[in-house]
Design a protein around this ligand. Structure first.
Ligand code: CP
Ligand code: NVA
Length: 310
């Protein structure tokens, strides 16, 4: 178990950490990645256990947390709604009290942000958001780490968000406010970001554009996500119609800066939110982005359990 000396710190949304803590995490992730590439052992979390709770499907989040924890010398327990008492209405409070007596760290992918917050309030150990309807902080942590690897500091830069005002868009807005860059947001009408849900303080760090082409103008990074997020499948047909003009294609990429990057958290639907020529083209860094989930989350888990080590 985690020694009680360490202050309990959760990662439930991007704004849970400061700009200074992010600066630490990005440089720590780079060190951890370098060691991984060199096959150098890095067992900073030896004998620690991570519980992963999935109430929605996952490929990247599951593999990156599970492989990452083993590489840090620890182990994992994988739970889903279907194979645990979570799916049979055991109260979240009780589940949190029990699970957090047996493991050192908990990662949760669920629906409402209120559920993960309730779990965290009753947990003895750090809780990490592996995606909720409202936020996906681990993804933006990896995305910004990827941007820095390719282009250097993100402060002062412009990120174009083309698509749904969803968990990814909300998290980009929190990151922009905290790390000093601007988001150009273009969403179809009816799918706008709700500033109260995004949990940002002001409007200085983002600009809203009706036309996605205009949002891309002068952008350093163009990014998008699926038209229909998990949990919203019943809206699929209506969304396909509403989002038809929000496909990141080569014309949109030409509106951005010539050295602009393209990112997508994946899974992607070629021909819907992104053209195959873009996601498989020279400006796309989606495979680095996916891989960096693991390196960034290793730095995050280490930080939440041990603080600034190394
Ligand atoms: N980007 C992401 O979170 O992917 P998974 O849904 O596969 O975990
Ligand atoms: N916005 C998407 C992201 C998937 C990684 C969803 O919530 O389904």
């Amino acid at each position: 178990m985690t020694p009680p000396a360490m202050t309990l710190k959760h990662y439930l949304q991007f704004s849970d950490l400061t700009a200074d803590e992010y600066a630490w995490l990005f440089q720590r992730a780079a060190i951890i990645k370098k060691k991984f590439k060199a096959y150098e052992k890095h067992h900073s979390l030896a004998d620690r256990t991570l519980a992963m709770i999935f109430e929605k499907a996952s490929t990247r989040t599951r593999v990156s947390f599970e492989a990452g924890m083993y590489q840090l010398g620890g182990s994992v327990v994988h739970l889903t709604t279907g194979d645990s008492q979570l799916g049979r209405a055991e109260p979240i409070e009780d589940s949190a009290k029990v699970i957090s007596r047996m493991v050192d760290l908990v990662m949760i992918r669920t629906f409402g942000q209120d559920k993960i917050e309730l779990f965290a309030r009753h947990s003895r150990v750090p809780v990490i958001n592996g995606l909720t309807n409202e936020f996906h902080p681990c993804q933006i942590l990896a995305d910004i780490f990827t941007y820095i690897e390719h282009r250097g500091a993100i402060a002062g830069k412009t990120v174009a968000w083309v698509g749904d005002g969803n968990n990814m868009a909300n998290t980009w807005l929190q990151a922009a406010e905290l790390l000093g860059f601007t988001v150009h947001l273009s969403t179809p009408s009816g799918y706008e970001v709700d500033q109260a849900i995004a949990g940002i303080r002001g409007t200085d760090s983002y600009k809203v554009f009706k036309d996605p082409m205009q949002a891309c103008q002068g952008a350093d990074l163009v990014t998008t996500d699926v038209w229909t997020s998990m949990g919203y499948e019943a809206e699929n047909e209506a969304r396909k119609k509403a989002f038809a003009d929000w496909c990141v294609d080569e014309e949109m990429m030409r509106a951005a800066k010539p050295d602009a990057l393209f990112m997508h958290c994946l899974p992607a639907h070629r021909g819907e939110e992104v053209a195959a020529e873009v996601i498989d083209g020279p400006q796309s860094v989606v495979w680095d982005e996916a891989e960096n989930r693991m390196h960034a989350q290793k730095a995050l888990m280490e930080y939440l359990l041990l603080g600034r080590v190394g």
